[in-house]
Design a protein around this ligand. Structure first.
Ligand SMILES: [Zn+2]
Length: 184
């Protein structure tokens, strides 16, 4: 018994001796300390795994989860309502709404870019032109305000920028799109 507790006991006694005040050198037995350290490490590993899974989920699922809500406004006073563009959770495979211009129609329309030929119930006399068409762009924007990964479906990604576009009401390239939210 004296032998078993000799090493640690005498060490504690040494550290707690008046010459060496303070906490015992081993405040917890070595085995428990090691156990706690292993516990912390496995918690960190678990946290990291959760983080990676979360990131993976966001990367793979985000395009399928939420389309963008944008609004078009022009200096002339025209403003569209809330435009729900791209796709939602349930229809992103078959639907990709995008703002379009139709000659003679004094509002921004929405067309399904996955539908060919491009058409809109509000544009029967002509073919609607999606708003990423170069002829509709005034001052090219430097920053995208909404985008959708559609290259594998239609050969290009759909992007609206903070630039200016042709206004269906005044005919000037002073229309701008503003992001107002998300939808799914
Ligand atoms: Zn205008």
């Amino acid at each position: 018994m004296a032998r078993a507790d000799g090493g640690l006991g005498s060490l504690n006694a040494f550290c707690n001796s008046p010459r060496h005040p303070g906490r015992p050198y081993y405040s917890t037995p070595p085995a428990r300390r090691r156990g706690r350290r292993q516990g912390e490490a496995s918690m960190k590993r678990f946290g990291r795994t959760v983080l990676w899974l979360g990131l993976l989920w966001i990367l793979t699922a985000a395009p399928a989860l939420a389309g963008s809500v944008v609004q078009a406004r022009c200096d002339c006073g025209y403003h569209s309502g809330q435009l729900l563009i791209f796709g939602g959770k349930s229809n992103f495979q078959s639907v990709c709404w995008f703002p379009a211009y139709c000659p003679g129609v004094k509002e921004v329309l929405l067309i399904n870019m996955y539908q060919t030929p491009l058409a809109s119930p509000g544009c029967t006399e002509a073919q609607p032109l999606p708003y990423d068409h170069p002829s509709l762009v005034g001052k090219p924007g430097r920053h995208p305000i909404a985008g959708w990964s559609t290259k594998d479906r239609i050969g290009r990604n759909l992007v609206l920028t903070n630039g200016t576009y042709l206004c269906p009401v005044c005919g000037q390239k002073t229309l701008r799109f503003f992001p107002t939210g998300m939808w799914d």
